[in-house]
Design a binder for this molecule. Structure first.
Ligand SMILES: Cc1cc2nc3c(=O)[nH]c(=O)nc-3n(C[C@H](O)[C@H](O)[C@H](O)COP(=O)(O)O)c2cc1C
Length: 242
């Protein structure tokens, strides 16, 4: 009798383990993570939400951007109309890239982050142009004054910048080299005088080889940036390769 009970117990334990194994084969249903095998980082081994808490199946989103506004001490009453790089909406001054970033923030509910340099750029456009040229030529890495508190907690990083000298402003290189974006989806957006991304998307991928950098980035020329609507941005986001 003892032998039969022991045998039944063994069969029960075996079945229980086989069943458990099946339950751990969870599918990854993050909308932007079709090529990622990363597990849900919002849960620890006890299944409790940790400090980067988010709803099940929801990705945590960062919108990081560089723009002239936020990186320049403009005098009060600056004439936005006279500058190709400034927008005024509801009496607020925006940089072109900053404006697109705020629309993405509204559409996604993500966290907005300004890539801010320690040293401000000159208010005079031509002087900034010269400084940008110098930084690009010298391949410099401007020191940053702002830092993302917990990059590990984000799954998706929208990364926006103006085209400076046929590529990214050097401050965006400083930003990209500061973090490890492995396993995250990076979605670039750019505003420019007409150059679009230039080589920026491949540059981002080179710096972050283990990030999934989407090639369907959003681009708009500076003369059209203020016409971009919330609906335009929503349509672009909904059409991204998920
Ligand atoms: C230093 C500097 C360099 C620029 N270089 C280029 C360029 O190579 N190609 C281009 O199309 N636009 C260039 N632009 C124009 C900006 O990309 C464009 O005005 C952009 O929308 C500015 O965005 P922001 O207002 O967010 O700073 C440059 C602007 C500056 C200030």
């Amino acid at each position: 009798m003892k032998k039969i009970t022991a045998a039944l117990l063994c069969v029960f334990v075996l079945l229980a383990f086989t069943g458990c194994g099946k339950d751990t084969q969870k599918t990854d249903d993050y909308s932007f993570h079709s090529n990622s095998t990363q597990s849900n980082p919002s849960q620890d081994s006890t299944g409790q939400n940790n400090t980067n808490s988010k709803q099940d199946g929801e990705s945590k989103i960062l919108i990081a951007y560089f723009s002239r506004v936020g990186n320049t001490d403009f005098p009060d009453g600056i004439d936005a109309v006279a500058s190709a790089s400034l927008i005024v909406k509801d009496s607020e001054l925006y940089g072109n890239t900053q404006y697109i970033a705020t629309l993405i923030q509204r559409a996604t509910g993500g966290d907005l982050f300004l890539i801010e340099t320690e040293n401000k750029y000159p208010a005079d456009y031509d002087a900034t142009d010269k400084q940008g040229a110098k930084e690009s030529k010298e391949n410099s890495r401007p020191k940053l004054a702002s830092h993302v508190e917990n990059m590990d907690g984000y799954d998706i990083v929208y990364l926006g910048f103006p085209n400076w000298y046929y590529g990214m402003p050097m401050a965006v290189y400083s930003f990209l080299e500061e973090y490890d974006l492995s396993g995250k989806t990076v979605i670039p957006f750019v505003t420019s005088g007409g150059s679009g991304f230039s080589n920026a998307i491949s540059e981002i991928q080179n710096i972050q080889p283990d990030a999934a950098v989407l090639s369907e980035g959003y681009k708009v020329t500076h003369s059209k940036a203020s016409d971009v609507t919330f609906e335009d941005i929503e349509e672009w986001i909904n059409g991204l390769n998920k």
